[in-house]
Design a protein around this ligand. Structure first.
Ligand code: AMP
Length: 444
């Protein structure tokens, strides 16, 4: 199958050829004809499947072939994204696909001044990429009208709900014209997503290009058990041993990102970090430098890393496991993209056993464990498997102390190897349950 057989017009075929896209990916093969035919879509497609072109390319064709010219302060198509990074990323892709078309595109998001965005919208734009909060602000200030809107795309809809945007989505829903085409893309199809789809979509075509909630199988994944305090040391050891070149590292918290970046920089390693406390311009600069290989190690929180599209990223390291199991799928989706193979390594300490178990249950696989010599943990990580069970071995009875002393401090041989550190915080292997239309906004 080729893009030409999907019925795409010449300017789009030329743009795709320039980008080196030779054949449509499975999601594109299904989505492109459906969108061109005017259908609503509910697509379960992970990042890395080529989903952006799956909705953007046919959308550009429809806008080129149909509909009146865009009016002042209006948009003909709206793509909603959960984060600024994803909005920028999607906008960059849309602009590339549209390079030979007479269409205008623009991205708006919070964290930057609204005035230039209001100015830019005066003439109207054909495709507007937006995060929900800023879109609502622009609408309320009359900088944007939506009565000319013909297509709405919800990109990474599951993530929008996870980030607490359900109220914003409900508000936006009320602002939309009734007659429109709606395309919903989501890495996972939770029950909440189905509720959202029920409200927003009209007789949608369902597309599922990978089994539900299963992580990309082009990614080789494994776990290295280690004590929490030795993670930085293990990371540096693995990096040197494996001669890692370009690595995206995930840490759980903003402080965790800063601490690891400081540690690496202190060792003369070219590292930078991105998280929500950093201004957008700084985040973008770190990302650009990582993409151009000026920075070797980029450490990020889940929210900041959302939407990062780095071609051929060979390796993702989970310095900490994510609290929400589905974030694991998003994280490892940064590697093994568009048919390439990748690796995802997780450094897991005993405290994280419940998160590991939740990930294995969600991805329906038991992750291979590889013990790193000299880094075997004192606090054993209990066995886990895809059933969601954490197998805690019964404690061995302690040997009595002998008169010559012994115990942990002197020889280490009396330490109970089956001992398990109390899991903290105690996180159950369950998913977050955001509720469309009712839930309060969660702050991350
Ligand atoms: P996405 O899932 O939309 O984030 O796309 C993942 C990556 O795959 C991006 O770097 C795209 O540029 C690339 N890509 C998308 N479609 C194709 C295709 N048909 N052939 C080759 N690369 C593609």
């Amino acid at each position: 199958m080729t893009f030409a057989t999907l019925g795409l017009i010449e300017p789009l075929l030329r743009a795709l050829e320039t980008l080196g896209y030779q054949t449509p990916t499975p999601v594109q093969a299904q989505a492109i004809p459906a969108v061109l035919a005017g259908r609503d879509l509910m697509a379960a497609a992970q990042t890395g499947t080529g989903k952006t072109a799956g909705f953007a390319v046919p959308l550009l064709q429809l806008l080129t072939m149909e509909g009146p010219k865009v009016a002042a302060n209006s948009a003909r198509a709206l793509i909603l994204c959960p984060t600024r990074e994803l909005a920028e990323q999607v906008h960059a892709s849309v602009a590339e696909y549209a390079q030979h078309l007479p269409l205008t595109t623009y991205a708006v998001y919070g964290g930057v001044s609204i005035n230039p965005q209001m100015m830019k919208l005066r003439k109207g734009v054909d495709i507007l990429v937006a995060t929900p909060g800023r879109l609502i602000d622009l609408f309320r200030q009359n900088a944007l009208k939506l009565n000319q809107l013909q297509t709405l795309v919800l990109d990474e809809a599951d993530r929008m709900l996870d980030l607490g945007f359900s109220e914003e989505l409900a508000n936006i829903y009320r602002m939309l014209p009734k007659k429109r085409q709606t395309l919903l893309f989501s890495a996972t199809f939770s029950d909440e997503i189905r509720v959202l789809a029920g409200q927003m979509l009209n007789d949608p075509l369902s597309i599922e290009v990978s089994p539900r909630n299963v992580a990309a199988n082009t990614v080789k994944q494994w776990v290295v058990p280690v004590d929490k305090k030795r993670k930085p040391e293990l990371f540096v050891h693995l990096m040197r041993k494996g001669r890692w070149k370009q690595v995206l590292v995930f840490a759980k918290t903003r402080n965790g990102v800063d601490a690891l970046v400081d540690k690496l920089q202190g060792l003369g390693i070219n590292a930078d970090g991105i998280h929500g406390d950093k201004p957008q311009a700084t985040r973008q600069r770190a990302l650009d430098r990582f993409k151009s290989s000026e920075v070797q190690i980029l450490v990020a929180t889940d929210v900041a890393a959302r939407g990062l599209d780095i071609e051929d990223l060979p390796l993702v390291v989970n310095f900490d496991l994510p609290i929400v199991a589905e974030d694991y799928i998003h994280r490892i989706g940064r590697t093994g993209r568009a048919g390439n193979t990748g690796e995802a390594i997780s450094l897991v300490c005993a405290d994280e056993v419940n998160m590991l178990s939740a990930i294995e249950m969600l991805t329906r696989q038991t992750l291979t464990r590889k013990m790193e010599p000299d880094f075997e943990p004192e606090h054993r990580v209990p066995d886990t498997d895809a059933s969601g069970q954490v197998v805690k071995k019964p404690k061995k009875p302690k040997k009595p102390k002998t008169s010559g002393g012994g115990g942990k401090r002197n020889l280490g041989k009396w330490v109970d190897s089956g001992e398990v550190a109390p899991a903290e915080p105690s996180i159950k292997p369950v998913r977050k349950v955001p509720v469309f239309n009712t839930g309060p906004r969660k702050k991350k």
